[in-house]
Design a protein around this ligand. Structure first.
Ligand SMILES: NC(=O)c1ccc[n+]([C@@H]2O[C@H](COP(=O)([O-])OP(=O)(O)OC[C@H]3O[C@@H](n4cnc5c(N)ncnc54)[C@H](OP(=O)(O)O)[C@@H]3O)[C@@H](O)[C@H]2O)c1
Length: 246
């Protein structure tokens, strides 16, 4: 099947394109670097020619509510409208566990993305997952002897396992809200960042920060963990660290 991957050049997208091809599908990548700009609304229609399913793993990395909302609003509207015109039969969106329990600016954008999908005419599936193992890397992005990581309880998952779950959705009917997908065990983000720093030979002090505002308490106390039993990935954070070293 011809499957479009919106954001197919990104972290999730690259794994997803590999998983789809391995399953015998024909992935089509939608990204600015491939001549498709979902925010500007350019190049989408041509790229969707013959496509039956679209999986949206686009992203704009921002903590700002206005920026995140503007991105997901504009990209979502353009993509869903083009899908409707092209006769796409299934829209799959990747989202995040707990976005309606934690009021972060970025999550307002993800909530908007989900709302558009749910209100749209293309049959849909939203898969919410927990943070990827790579999430810890962003707190070590700046050089220097000090790093800051949020007080945050997470159940991180391997992005490869997220991509496999997304690819498997292509073979079934639209599910609406799919069961939440999480990693095998809970981690304190500060502790995970410290282990990552050690594994990378980075000598720095990682300081815990309680996120300011209404998001701080729920983030720290488990609101980003899945609420139901649901499917679980198998690779732990420590196994991911070991794989990175290898
Ligand atoms: N990171 C996590 O822990 C986590 C956990 C759960 C869910 N998620 C969700 O997973 C999704 C993917 O995240 P990621 O970290 O894999 O993303 P990423 O690596 O930042 O990749 C983003 C992708 O979006 C494309 N893109 C950005 N702006 C675009 C535009 N205007 N038009 C077309 N394509 C555009 C980029 O390609 P170009 O730059 O070439 O345009 C790139 O392929 C996000 O929606 C995120 O919310 C992430």
């Amino acid at each position: 099947m011809r499957v479009a991957v919106a954001g197919g050049t990104g972290l999730t997208g690259r794994h997803l394109v590999t998983a789809l091809a391995a399953a015998g599908h024909e992935p089509v990548v939608l990204a600015r670097s491939r001549g498709v700009d979902l925010v500007a609304g350019t190049g989408i229609e041509q790229a969707l020619d013959g496509v039956e399913t679209v999986i949206d793993v686009t992203d704009r990395k921002t903590v700002r509510r206005a920026g995140a909302t503007a991105f997901f609003e504009s990209a979502g509207r353009h993509l869903l409208a083009a899908e409707r015109r092209a006769g796409v039969r299934h829209h799959v969106a990747l989202s995040i566990v707990g976005i309606d329990r934690v009021d972060l600016g970025y999550y307002a954008g993800k909530r908007r993305q989900e709302e558009l999908v749910r209100a749209g005419e293309v049959p849909w599936t939203v898969l919410r997952t927990t943070q990827f193992h790579e999430f810890a890397e962003r707190f070590l992005a700046a050089p220097g002897p000090l790093a800051v990581a949020p007080r945050m309880l997470s159940q991180p998952i391997a992005v490869r396992e997220v991509a496999a779950a997304l690819a498997a959705l292509v073979d079934g009917p639209p599910q609406g809200m799919a069961a939440e997908l999480a990693g095998p065990r809970e981690e304190q983000m500060v502790d995970a960042v410290r282990r990552l720093a050690r594994a990378r030979g980075r000598r720095c002090l990682v300081l815990p920060l309680r996120m300011p505002g209404a998001a701080g308490r729920p983030m720290a106390s488990g609101s980003l963990l899945p609420t139901g039993p649901g499917p679980r990935g198998t690779q732990t954070f420590d196994q991911w660290l070991a794989e990175q070293r290898g």
